[in-house]
Ligand binder design. Structure first.
Ligand SMILES: *Cc1c(COP(=O)(O)O)cnc(C)c1O
Length: 449
């Protein structure tokens, strides 16, 4: 089979998969998972024909996928893939560009810069900021936190890039007690030590209590959140950021999904004051509905990011705004291209409509579940509904019944030391009847499980 035929074969199967996504079990059944043992083969000495590999992948693999690209998946703010984003990714795969520098790919360089300008526009963040397209909010957050530390130390006359951390002045890090686990991961990797990081007390919705913030000074990195992972809540940026900036701190905002509220007029006020921070992270692969792995680090001072991320070498030097000098990766695919394609196709109004639709769907679910006797724990300011049954046993039982149903899926969590479940709205495919179906299923199960 020649190259075109094998690509067509994969495309034919991909199209059939997407066509059937709505009717697939949302989480695969036991038989489909057990059949994955069919992949346990010895490494062949002589390769098998390409078509056979694609066929095996589809026949055994597709039935064991989680239908997170479908309309009935309500877990983890995972989002689906917009058709144009998936298509742009397909074409970019054919290009196979090493999108490190303009030398590596003139087109990737231009499209990612365009995507970066549009992101600053739609998220209304300082237009002079650097936009780096990394693999994840985890990796992008790590990059921003490294830039933050270097910038604070630089102001104190310590060059961390050359002199390292031994003997450096101590940097204090403050995070919300409810911070996302990946902020913890990034801080640990950077050597901050989780036990030494100060956890700011939060209210019943997971927002920092401004009057209980630990003292902030010019040696402080303060991490805030746009979109708490359980409740979808926002820290009070307008109140907190000006104080922290006046004290000389660096403020970083984790907005993996919540930053997109800024692109929706009806929700924008949740983000008031967020533009005063120094750096922000968000994902494309969550709420913008682009494929994995696509995220962005946005840094007000481009030099601060470039200083810690520079990877110029004699054989490969580029401008400070080349992606390889802003992200963790050196060789990389152009993660900004599906983001560019999504923004161009949705437009400002399309993004706002998607975000606002998910917000109203979440509100509708919350109202229906409250009415049915479930305990809705959050205010539903965004796209998250945090729920319990009448007691912990009921909560676990409801979760299991929904997950086993095959028709809808959401995940469990722990909120204030007790089990809960999280219903997230983030797929462009989810329409009114999918929401109705979830509500009907929950009504049938009932709050007592
Ligand atoms: C998902 C998430 C992250 C991590 O994002 P990845 O892209 O999965 O690395 C960070 N913060 C919050 C609030 C999240 O929801």
């Amino acid at each position: 089979m020649d190259e075109l035929e094998i690509l067509q074969e994969a495309d034919r199967r991909a199209q059939a998969y997407v066509e059937g996504i709505e009717n697939r079990r949302v989480f695969p059944g036991a038989a489909e998972c057990a059949a994955l043992s069919g992949f346990s083969e010895d490494l062949p000495d002589m390769g098998v024909p390409a078509v056979n590999t694609v066929k095996l992948m589809d026949e055994l693999g597709s039935p064991a996928t989680v239908a997170s690209n479908g309309p009935n998946y309500f877990g983890f703010v995972i989002g689906a893939s917009l058709p144009v984003a998936a298509a742009a990714e397909r074409l970019a795969l054919a290009w196979d560009q090493c999108a490190s520098t303009q030398d590596g790919s003139p087109v990737a360089d231009v499209l990612e810069k365009q995507a970066g300008r549009w992101l600053l526009d739609i998220l209304d963040l300082p237009r002079e900021s650097a936009v780096a397209f990394g693999t994840s909010a985890t990796a992008c957050g790590l990059s921003c936190l490294a830039a933050a530390r270097a910038a604070l130390l630089d102001r104190m006359g310590w060059d961390v890039v050359n002199d390292g951390l031994m003997g450096a002045p101590e940097i204090k890090v403050i995070v919300p007690a409810s911070t996302h686990v990946t902020v913890r991961k990034a801080l640990q990797i950077l050597g901050f030590g989780w036990a030494r990081v100060l956890k700011a007390p939060v209210d019943g919705q997971g927002r920092i209590l401004p009057d209980q913030l630990p003292p902030i000074d010019s040696q402080t990195i303060l991490v805030l959140q746009a979109g708490e992972v359980n409740t979808g809540e926002f820290d009070l940026f307008e109140e907190i950021i000006p104080q922290a900036k006046a004290a000389g701190a660096w403020v970083h905002v984790d907005g993996a999904f919540g930053l997109w509220a800024r692109a929706a007029p009806a929700l924008r006020n949740l983000t008031n004051g967020i533009e005063g921070a120094d750096s922000w992270t968000s994902d494309g692969h969550k709420w913008l509905n682009t494929p994995y792995d696509g995220a962005m680090a946005i840094c007000r001072d481009p030099q601060a990011l470039a200083r810690v991320m520079n990877s110029d070498a004699a054989y490969s030097s580029a401008s400070a705004d080349a992606q390889k000098n802003l992200t963790l990766e050196f060789s990389r695919r152009a993660r900004g291209i599906p983001i560019w394609a999504a923004l161009r196709t949705l437009g400002r109004n399309g993004v706002a409509e998607m975000v606002e639709t998910h917000h109203s769907q979440a509100q509708r679910i919350a109202a229906a579940l409250s009415e049915a006797g479930f305990d809705v724990l959050n205010r539903v300011v965004l796209n998250q509904v945090l729920v319990r049954g009448v007691n912990d046993v009921a909560t676990q039982s409801i979760l299991k019944q929904v997950q086993d149903s095959g028709t809808s899926w959401f995940g469990g969590s722990v909120w204030q030391d007790r089990p809960a479940f999280r219903i997230s709205l983030s797929s462009f495919r989810t329409q009114k009847h999918h929401v109705d179906r979830l509500i009907a299923l929950m009504q049938r199960i009932g709050p007592a499980g």
